[in-house]
Design a protein around this ligand. Structure first.
Ligand code: GBH
Length: 519
């Protein structure tokens, strides 16, 4: 005789079978491979971090107020022709004068954490630590205190693209001394804010700063050092990061008990033709250039990947050089850098196809020639306002797995993920972003639940529309809309904010059955 309890159990099983046989997709018309794209119901591990991220220069404004010193983005954006429509971040979202409203949005979303960055030259106008600007320090205390008051944890980036101009004049990140200047700045911040801040990020996206700022010259400081800039700047930044990590580890960890790491940005590189061995190798080469060349020193053996060293070495030789263009670490430096991370910070936005490209020997070598790769995309992939950003949810899961396969069970925080829509008439119904978040977070869920990736947190980029670097305010990434024509910089929730709030409340995407049981 079946007992009533068993009968209910059978019904539940039956219902589960029915619901899992009706496949659900987020982008039904584009990503509808049942194996790859089927929506997964389920929730993230308990205690999962739900956040949103911003960066000082992109939101604060008040560029020369209350004793703040100039930084490289102030200088760069004030040069005509460097940014979209010559826009700058002089006012941006005016977050310097809107602490309360910003924290209110964080509360509305139900975030557990808010990731923002400190403006180095707001705290130290010249960058050097002998001359502090108390008003700048107070601003960050006010923000941090308001967050803590609302039980939201601050997650603080020390450096997000905005080097004090004085330090740039001494060579910027091409100057070896930056390692020590950065360490001194970091030391001050741990000491000043560390009793309240338990998650630290040293440098946001070293590779992006290096390639855009010191090789292509399209980001501040706008230097062009083809073939050399990227490698030299990444080299210095990795050492600067490592020193800051050790400072925290030795002087503050025991009393403050926080975590500290660095943030890398990466596309997913998919072979253009998975049957073509050269494309398969080119895709892996790109992953190593883009992510491995920074992750290997820290999460691997302390050194750059052998393949990357060999490729740059061979190219350099073929270019007639007797010394490789890629700097190398001494054994002591490798020791210094290896293991300097408490988690893996990952910014991810998009995927690209990679095909093999025959090496080109141009009169002036570039890092792009070193890649020996050709990029493309599938025309069906939804296009964001940013040219480089195609929406490809499944690439996210593959990237998370690649990190696990290469660097083991390291806890991963996705420190940025999001999508841009063009500037235009006020439209709070941001369908592309809503679908982007649902599908990308769903792929993260698959990585966590099915693949066993140790994913512990997720930060949406970004809390509010802001100054998108060289693109000015022409590309909007915010969960909240900002009216840049309004002196009050009024913020309004977009639909994606409501969607994200619900995902956070549910800690993922529980099935109807799961939701009922939890009631
Ligand atoms: C992040 O970088 C940044 O951390 C954040 O500040 C930014 O707002 C956000 O992404 C959105 O862009 O002009 O074709 O050479 C992400 C990595 C690196 C992607 C620079 C775009 C420029 C491509 N970004 N890249 S291109």
């Amino acid at each position: 005789m079946a007992r009533p309890g068993m009968l209910i159990a059978l019904i539940v099983v039956f219902q589960t079978l029915i619901s899992s046989s009706t496949t659900e997709f987020v982008f039904e018309d584009v990503f509808n491979d049942p194996e790859r794209d089927t929506f997964l119901h389920g929730t993230f591990p308990e205690g999962f971090i739900w956040g949103a991220a911003t960066a000082a220069y992109q939101i604060e404004g008040a560029w020369d107020e209350d004793g703040k010193g100039p930084n490289i983005w102030d200088a760069f954006t004030h040069i005509p022709g460097k940014t979209y429509d010559n826009q700058n971040g002089d006012v941006a979202c005016d977050s310097y004068h809107n602490v309360e409203r910003d924290v209110e949005m964080v509360k509305e979303l139900g975030l557990t954490h808010y990731r923002f960055s400190l403006s180095w030259s707001r705290i130290f106008p010249t960058g050097f630590t002998h001359q502090v600007n108390p008003a700048g320090v107070q601003y960050y205390h006010r923000l941090i205190d308001a967050l803590l008051e609302a039980s939201i944890q601050p997650a603080v980036t020390l450096y997000h693209f905005d080097l004090p101009q004085m330090l740039e004049e001494l060579g910027g990140w091409e100057n070896e001394m930056m390692v020590l200047y950065f360490q001194a700045y970091a030391d001050f911040c741990f000491n000043e804010f560390g009793d309240k801040v338990k998650i630290w990020f040293t440098i946001n996206e070293p590779k992006v700063i290096a390639i855009q700022g010191y090789e292509a010259g399209i980001f501040a400081p706008g230097k062009t050092r083809p073939g050399y800039g990227t490698y030299r700047v990444v080299h210095t930044m990795l050492k600067a990061h490592a020193r800051a990590w050790h400072t925290y580890d030795q002087k503050y960890r025991a009393t403050q008990g926080g975590k500290i790491s660095i943030v890398f940005n990466s596309f997913w590189s998919e072979p253009a033709d998975p049957e073509n061995q050269a494309d398969v190798e080119a895709a892996e080469r790109m992953r190593l250039f883009e992510l491995g060349s920074m992750a290997n020193p820290i999460f691997g053996n302390g050194d750059y990947p052998e393949l990357v060293k060999a490729v740059v070495g061979n190219m350099s030789r073929a270019q007639g050089l007797t010394v490789t263009r890629m700097p190398s670490f001494t054994p002591e430096e490798q020791q210094l850098i290896k293991g300097t991370a408490d988690f893996f910070g990952l910014n991810h936005y998009s995927t690209r196809f990679v095909a093999y490209k025959k090496p080109e020997f141009n009169p002036i070598p570039t890092v792009y020639d070193d890649f020996q790769a050709e990029f493309s995309s599938d025309p069906v992939w939804p296009q964001a306002a940013s040219e480089w950003l195609k929406v490809v949810p499944w690439g996210f899961r593959r990237l998370l797995n690649w990190i696990k396969n290469n660097y083991g069970d390291v806890p991963i925080y996705v420190t940025e993920n999001g999508v841009s829509e063009p500037d235009g008439a006020l439209n709070l119904d941001d369908e592309l972003r809503t679908k982007y978040y649902r599908s990308y977070i769903n792929e993260a869920l698959k990585a966590s639940k099915i693949d066993g990736v140790n994913l512990q947190g997720y930060f949406a980029w970004t809390l509010l529309d802001n100054f998108e670097w060289a693109s000015g305010v022409s590309e909007r990434f915010g969960l909240y809309h900002v009216d840049f024509n309004d002196p009050a910089r009024t913020r309004r929730a977009k639909n994606s904010a409501l969607t994200y709030t619900q995902i956070i409340k549910d800690n993922g995407f529980p099935s109807d059955e799961q939701a009922k049981v939890e009631l």
